[in-house]
Design a protein around this ligand. Structure first.
Ligand code: FES
Length: 546
């Protein structure tokens, strides 16, 4: 990066006598609030003097203690603590990460003068965005945090960094969506909570920063070293049925062409909501991700604006096209007939109603269809939410821990958390598009049935009061200590989903189970990696290849 900058009003300050500095070779002076390192390059005939911030931009150790070496006819300064190296003329980082702040120097009247004028804020903001792009490219988490902190300190809107991350990463996702964008929406919501819950608090800025560094860190991780997977640039006149047909036919180019046509015609995500939700629920697909992703994409577009609309809708549509259609698997083939037998109208009973979460898939779907004729979708929704909450509260973690699972039985916490996050997305979606209640409710039932063999209903997790769930839950998701983003993202999204559903005013028993289940998930260490299971499955699989 060049040090060329817009001229600003110079602030020359006298630093030290030239003779004294040359005699010592280097030194540190305090000018205003800054500690400036002054370094003489004795190798140059002119004995050029360089000035830079004495704090290493890595961890702050004193650069005056560093060592110098030739650098393209100039001078390289290497910090002795972790070997970061800088071109002293430009401040460019030669090895490491952040740039070094260097200052113009003049020698006059026998003294060293240093210009302390800062570049204009707009220039520094642009530089922080450039640096953030570099940090994202390497998933340099600490640097991502520092550059975001710089943006905040400069008075910039740090959400611009998230906008840029989405725009610049959206065609690097082979399957179209990952949890990174969905989690970004959840982090933005939590960021808003921090503003509301800790106004002016000492740690509010720290908590706000966590939200953005996690969001951008996750995007950086999911696109690390990924090539571009370009989208078609075709644009076809939008037609809802053609759009749905292209997704159903798993024809990405046709579906994206339709999307482009819709956007070119001035339509926005709200106008497409109905069609997108219909496509998301057309199958029991991809573990419910399609609808969950649509929910989060809508939130991101509402928060970040039109700039991210196309960059989010393209990967969303690609993910719909590529979604695994689980209703084609034997376990879930009862879904289509159950949907076909759905009654013409919902009943009027507002509840309470219960479903039997211990029933096998077909029987449970039949029970849900029968109940639909008697009760409202909301009552049935609460019953199915309760059954999914029981699965969460009573998940038998031995299934996650053991190494001897068979293929298809590699069950973990994420299997049961999706029952809650899908329910959350389904309830919000059907509030806007009630015609989709049958699909949403039956798919909630499929989550109940698929997890029923992995719960121990004799478990009774301790109750958690509402205040603790909200307050300590926020603290837990912010300081999660979880290494893999996929797991921290699920902690966050499950807690938020549960919190939103609890805010609806659920019946006491349902609320207590949901709180206890979500809390149990929040505080139970997740087994993030299965070394023995992977090895055991591989050996068993390969042994049957001959
Ligand atoms: S503090 Fe200078 S390289 Fe780490």
């Amino acid at each position: 990066m060049s040090t060329q900058r817009t001229p600003a009003a110079a602030q020359w300050m006298r630093a030290i006598d030239v003779a004294e500095l040359r005699a010592r070779g280097r030194g540190v002076v305090r000018l205003g609030s800054r500690q400036i390192a002054l370094i003489v390059d004795a190798r140059e005939a002119t004995q050029r003097v360089y000035a830079c911030n004495n704090r290493c931009p890595h961890e702050g150790y004193p650069l005056v203690e560093g060592h110098t070496s030739p650098q393209d006819g100039g001078c390289r300064l290497t910090c002795n603590y972790h070997n970061w190296a800088f071109d002293l003329a430009s401040g460019d980082n030669v090895y490491g990460g952040d740039r070094l702040r260097v200052y113009p120097v003049e020698l006059r009247d026998g003294a060293v003068w240093v210009d302390l004028a800062e570049p204009p804020a707009a220039e520094r903001i642009a530089a922080a965005h450039d640096a953030l792009r570099e940090a994202r490219a390497e998933h340099d988490y600490a640097r991502i945090a520092r550059e975001l902190a710089r943006l905040e300190r400069l008075g910039a809107d740090p959400r611009d960094a998230l906008r840029a991350a989405i725009v610049e990463s959206h065609d690097r996702l082979e399957d179209g969506m990952t949890h990174a964008y969905a989690a970004s929406a959840a982090w933005l919501r939590v960021r808003g909570d921090v503003e509301r819950l800790t106004p002016g608090g000492d740690d509010a800025s720290e908590l706000r920063l966590i939200c953005l560094q996690e969001a951008i860190g996750h995007i950086a991780w999911d696109t690390l070293r990924a090539p571009r997977y370009p989208y078609t640039d075709t644009c076809a006149a939008y037609d809802r049925a053609t759009f749905a047909g292209a997704i159903e036919a798993q024809d990405e180019d046709a579906a994206i062409g339709q999307l482009h046509g819709a956007l070119a015609a001035g339509l926005h995500v709200d106008d497409l909501d109905d069609a997108l939700a219909g496509a998301a629920l057309a199958h029991y697909a991809d573990f419910g991700h399609s609808l969950i992703y649509l929910q989060h994409v809508r939130y991101l577009i509402a928060e970040l604006g039109e700039q991210v609309e196309a960059p989010l809708l393209r990967p969303l549509v690609r993910s719909f096209v590529r979604a695994t259609r689980e209703d084609l698997l034997p376990d879930f083939r009862a879904y289509a007939p159950a949907l076909a037998s759905w009654p013409a109208a919902f009943g009027r009973a507002a509840g309470p109603v219960t479903v039997d979460g211990g029933l096998p898939t077909r029987a449970l779907l039949e029970q849900v269809v029968a109940l639909a004729a008697r009760c409202t979708p909301q009552a049935l929704y609460v019953a199915l939410l309760h059954a999914n909450a029981v699965n969460l509260a009573c998940f038998d973690t031995r299934f996650e821990q053991h190494a001897a699972s068979k293929p298809g039985e590699d069950i973990g916490w994420l299997d049961v958390t999706h029952g809650i996050t899908f329910a959350h997305a389904a309830r919000e979606q059907c509030g806007r598009t009630p015609a989709l209640w049958p699909q949403a409710l039956l798919q909630m039932a499929l989550f109940v049935a698929r997890n029923r063999d992995y719960v121990d209903t004799t478990l009774a997790p301790p109750p958690v009061d509402a205040q603790r769930f909200a307050r300590d839950g926020l603290a837990r998701v912010l300081d999660h200590g979880v290494g893999l983003y996929i797991h921290s993202a699920h902690l966050l999204k499950t807690w938020l989903a549960a919190r939103d559903e609890l805010a609806l005013g659920l019946p006491d028993a349902v609320a207590a189970t949901l709180r206890a289940g979500a809390w149990r998930y929040l505080v139970t260490p997740v087994k993030q990696k299965h070394t023995r299971r992977a090895a055991r499955l591989a050996l068993a699989f390969v042994a049957r290849e001959d």
